[in-house]
Ligand binder design. Structure first.
Ligand code: FAD
Length: 427
């Protein structure tokens, strides 16, 4: 146990002063903490959410000492791991047993419990978010009892609790349905955003995984495609994202009031970017290093609305927010059946906007949010938004059912911080 006065999330925007941070190394320690530690009890993964999900004045619990492989079934390509396992370690331990995650997001720093908690996702029209891999879960409920769920016999409960925002118990172990290890052919190229938006559906659908970044003021996007390959591996080129961001930041500062010139220079730089084209094992492809800190908002929209929403967000940014320089990220995610999943029964286009952590993100985010909402956007649970229970009731057909299940699991509200009470509409 450590005593602490201050905790911050990855971007530094969310701060808290938990009475204590516990790092139990076994199931008994987790049960004991749920039964006796001062509440509210909030589990923290890697603290990479931009919303105050993990913040508490009571007890913060990290499962950083509760990690690793528990067991695996080679024939079924299922692996059972402890919930504190970071995605980076998870990739490596899966590779060793011949299994691969079907898809990943942009980084590998999150704990698997944290990634599941907010419906973390990558991109690919036929690829679901991490929680769609759940075959079984073990968690400690609000009374301190250890509960086990299996997809084959507790399908509804898995769907009710699979995306849980840290509020349906402490997730201790998860069994994930993986696929045999594989290789990806990764390519990146630049194209005019008008072309990209005009051909949005066929272009996004033409690859196993497709996404693109729109660079503000440039009129151009960088498209990233990944497809299965059985070719020999070739070197992954060194990452240039951080250098690219430094250039965009400099241009923002110097040419803030000369958008035309700013755009021209960015386009010239983008045109000279070395083409990226390589084949690598899955675990060497998805994740990048993100050193420049930012805050982020991401909304999950009906897939077909993607181009229209992006066009409005671009127009807003370039008309009113010359200080913004971070590229916008556009991805697709398959529909699923999880009650609190933003992808619930809806093929999705996800649009993310970012703002340098050194600047106040709120004016930009507040101006963008109504555009996302106008088209039925559901916010990423771990990224900035201002929605409340009433809004979620309208966006999530099984919201009330999920809240009933939550109350059964945690009747005393052990996991309910003021932020969660506000979000869930609890008094
Ligand atoms: C640089 C960066 C890149 C990102 N890229 C992507 C991306 O590509 N795709 C995407 O979808 N998101 C992305 N995110 C968002 C991020 O994946 C999510 O916010 C994720 O939830 C963070 O995981 P974490 O381990 O840090 O969890 P935390 O932020 O610490 O916690 C998230 C939630 O999970 C709960 N939780 C954690 N562990 C447990 C547990 N064992 N039991 C119960 N509840 C638990 C917490 O209580 C909290 O509610 C990114 C964030 C950053 C900072």
């Amino acid at each position: 146990m450590t005593n602490t006065t201050r905790w911050t999330n990855w971007s530094g925007f969310v701060e808290g002063s938990p009475q204590r941070i516990l790092t139990p190394g076994n199931l008994d320690g987790i049960v004991e903490a749920v039964k006796t530690a001062p509440g509210p009890l909030r589990v923290v993964g890697a603290g990479h959410s931009f919303t105050p999900l993990a913040r508490t004045d009571g007890t913060m619990m990290s499962l950083e000492r509760f990690e690793g492989l528990v067991s695996h079934d080679a024939a079924a390509t299922v692996a059972r791991v402890r919930a504190g396992t970071r995605l980076g370690s998870l990739m490596r331990l899966l590779q060793e047993i011949g299994q691969g995650l079907p898809n990943m997001g942009d980084i590998d720093r999150q704990a698997i419990g944290g990634a599941l908690g907010t419906a973390t996702h990558g991109s690919g029209e036929a690829l679901g978010a991490y929680h769609t891999q759940l075959e079984a879960t073990q968690f400690v409920d609000g009374r301190g009892e250890v509960r086990e769920l299996r997809l084959d016999k507790d399908r509804d409960m898995i769907h009710a609790t699979g995306v849980a925002l840290g509020s349906f118990g402490v997730l201790t172990e998860v069994a994930l349905k993986n696929i045999p290890t594989y290789r990806l052919h990764r390519r990146k190229w630049v194209l005019p955003i008008k072309e990209m938006l005009a051909e949005f559906e066929p272009t996004m659908g033409a690859h196993r995984s497709a996404e693109f970044y729109y660079v503000p003021f440039s009129g151009h996007a960088q498209f990233i495609a990944s497809d299965l390959s059985d070719k020999p591996v070739s070197p992954r080129p060194p990452e240039e994202d951080e250098e690219g961001l430094a250039t965009l930041r400099k241009l923002r500062t110097v040419l803030r009031w000369a958008p035309w010139l700013r755009g021209l220079i960015i386009r010239t730089v983008m045109a000279k970017l070395p083409a990226e084209d390589y084949v690598q094992d899955w675990l060497n492809v998805y994740a990048s290093d993100r050193r420049t800190r930012f805050n982020e908002m991401e909304f999950h929209l009906p897939f077909e609305e993607g181009p229209r929403v992006l066009a409005e967000i671009i127009e807003l940014t370039e008309r009113r927010f010359p200080e913004v320089y971070f590229p916008m990220e556009v991805r697709s995610v398959a529909a699923d059946e999880f009650w609190l999943s933003p992808f619930y029964r809806r093929p999705t286009c996800s649009i993310a906007i970012h703002h340098d952590a050194a600047n106040d993100p709120l004016p930009f985010m507040r101006a963008a949010e109504p555009i996302f909402r106008k088209y039925g956007g559901r916010p990423h649970w771990g990224k900035m938004h201002s929605l409340k229970a009433m809004d979620f009731q309208a966006l999530y057909p099984r919201w009330k059912d999920a809240m009933d299940v939550r109350r059964d699991i945690d009747p005393q509200g052990r996991f309910i911080s003021p932020y969660m009470a506000d979000l869930f509409g609890l008094k």
